[in-house]
Ligand binder design. Structure first.
Ligand code: FAD
Length: 516
């Protein structure tokens, strides 16, 4: 599973400190740190840890300027560190500004909020009052003025940059949150203006606070269209403006999309659809390539293969010949009473082809195409396949709500070529897959775990710059799935999300375009 240290794992966006790393993280660093000293046995720390993890995820885009860390004082190895910092109670929070010197023991934060919003505001206050030198990656957080905007506009006539201006009330944190959310993105600058800056407010006829206006050469100032006026929707929309990209990732030229002559051409596709071509390609790759790496299949792997094929036979919403081929191979597998089979025997059963029973031998990614060869493709299609299967099982009212999840867990555990992925998935399954007692919970379990993986992978090198990892479905795909809590934070509307998934992954909604 994921590397675990006390209450946190390396899958959380929290830096887990050890005696070897503590100095380099806290001292002389260009990044500020908010560090939690805790003890695993302390009940308050256990109760606080979900908020700390959630906060870390919530502000992961701010990481170059400020990040969260934790150290477990209950671990013998860390005891000297905790003594050196004079820690006597848990949890304790200490703030270490950027470029702290190595005799500093951190600013003790007393009476800190236990919720994500309060802690996020605390961090912003710390960044704003940060003494010089501030973290170099931290953009200006103070309000801007008419003068500054005008001088920017003068210069920007030359550039193709975007300027986003958040208009807000005096006590609002939205502007600063969005500024920090955009810190790793280029070709965009975000500034904030208070309602009291009348000249600008009147010039743009701003009547709603908060609201965001975007300026670029083509459109001048226009209001940013969003589902709801809140941080989550602003940041999502700004990160997706044309030309706005995460730094360090060169934006692929449009010509990258049209691959060279010897390779397949880019196929334009519809993001609101699931493509049968991806599902059939997943089957082909998994059954003819991935499983083929096991010459002899026995024990747990044999059970995993049998369960996988059984679930495919029952629920794969395929074309008739594909369904027939899956039935045939399932029947063949059920007849095998030995404790092991050879892949060659399995393959012979799989590849017995008649006019009305066959599994196409082709890989053609459509919804799972990547902008380059190394991106997307097979893993994308496996998620798509299992979301589709779980929806079909729910529709069919299968007796066991865990049937598809367990088949996925065991297939991934025995065969999925990405071994760290398999370990992470198994860790999530062990955590609470046994709580799944209804089809609704099963569908939502897979959706929310997939989103957890998306959150962890956002910004990693494996991310296709054309398909950034988002919490899915994003507002443009399902507006009603999203709402706001009373404190302005984003929240999912679960029944709408469930309804969306039921439709998106339904058999009726599958697209048969691009099939060979
Ligand atoms: P994917 O994440 O593959 O998603 C495919 C499609 O599913 C998306 O295009 C979207 O249409 C839809 N979708 C996205 N999110 C959801 C959701 N929450 N619910 C329903 N549908 C959704 N890679 C790693 O680097 N580390 C890992 O630990 C890791 N674990 C993995 C575990 C499993 C079981 C699998 C199948 C893959 C794993 N991967 C992991 C690969 C990674 O998750 C992606 O599949 C890969 O990076 C390709 O990403 P993608 O952008 O094509 O979208």
């Amino acid at each position: 599973g994921a590397v675990r240290a006390g209450l946190y794992t390396d899958a959380d966006q929290v830096a887990i400190l050890t005696p070897d790393t503590v100095d380099s993280v806290l001292f002389g660093s260009p990044t500020a740190t908010l560090l939690e000293f805790y003890a695993t046995w302390c009940g308050h720390c256990v109760a606080f840890s979900p908020a700390w993890k959630k906060l870390a995820l919530d502000i992961k885009e701010w990481k170059l300027a400020v990040h969260l860390a934790a150290i477990d004082c209950a671990n013998e190895n860390n005891r000297e560190v905790c003594i050196r910092f004079g820690i006597t109670g848990y949890p304790s929070l200490r703030f270490f500004p950027a470029f702290s010197s190595n005799d500093f023991t951190g600013e003790n934060i007393r009476g800190f909020s236990r919720d994500v919003t309060g802690l996020r505001h605390l961090i912003i206050d710390k960044l704003e009052s940060h003494k010089n030198p501030a973290p170099p990656a931290c953009p200006p957080l103070e309000t801007t003025s008419t003068q500054e905007i005008d001088s920017y506009l003068k210069e920007s006539r030359e550039h193709n940059h975007n300027l986003a201006v958040v208009f807000e009330e005096d006590n609002s944190y939205v502007g600063r949150e969005v500024i920090l959310d955009m810190l790793q993105y280029v070709n965009i600058m975000v500034r904030r203006v208070l309602r009291s800056e009348e000249e600008l407010v009147n010039r743009l006829n701003v009547t709603e606070f908060p609201s965001v206006y975007v300026y670029n050469k083509q459109s001048n100032f226009t209001r940013l269209p969003v589902l709801r006026d809140a941080r989550a929707f602003y940041s999502y929309a700004l990160q997706r403006l044309p030309g706005v990209v995460r730094e360090g990732k060169p934006y692929p030229e449009v010509t990258d999309f049209v691959r060279n002559q010897t390779e397949e051409q880019w196929i334009p596709f519809n993001k609101t659809r699931v493509y049968m071509s991806d599902l059939e390609s997943a089957l082909h790759y998994s059954l003819r390539v991935e499983v083929a790496s096991h010459t002899v299949i026995k024990g747990e792997a044999l059970t995993a293969l049998k369960d996988y094929i059984s679930v495919l036979d029952k629920y794969f919403p395929g074309r008739p010949p594909v369904k027939n081929a899956l039935k045939a191979v399932n029947n063949w597998l059920k007849e095998q009473k030995e404790t092991s089979i050879l892949y060659s025997e399995f393959s012979a059963a799989l590849n017995t082809r008649t006019t009305d029973s066959y599994l196409p031998e082709v890989v053609r990614w459509v919804g799972c195409q990547g902008s380059k060869k190394q991106y997307r493709g097979y893993p994308c299609s496996m998620w798509t396949l299992f979301h589709t299967l779980i929806i079909q099982a729910a529709e069919a009212g299968s007796k066991d709500p865990q049937e598809v999840l367990q088949a996925m867990r065991h297939y991934v555990g025995s065969f999925f070529g990405c071994r760290p992925c398999a370990d992470h998935f198994e860790a999530m399954a062990q955590e609470n897959m046994d709580h799944v007692t209804t089809h609704t919970v099963a569908v939502l379990w897979l959706w929310s775990r997939h989103n957890r993986v998306n959150a962890r992978l956002a910004g990693e090198l494996s991310e296709d710059p054309h398909f950034p990892k988002v919490q899915w479905p994003p507002p443009d795909l399902c507006p009603s799935c999203h709402t706001l809590k009373s404190n302005g934070d984003h929240a999912w509307v679960q029944n709408k999300t469930l309804a969306f998934l039921r439709n998106y992954y339904s058999a009726q909604h599958l697209s048969n375009d691009f099939l060979s």
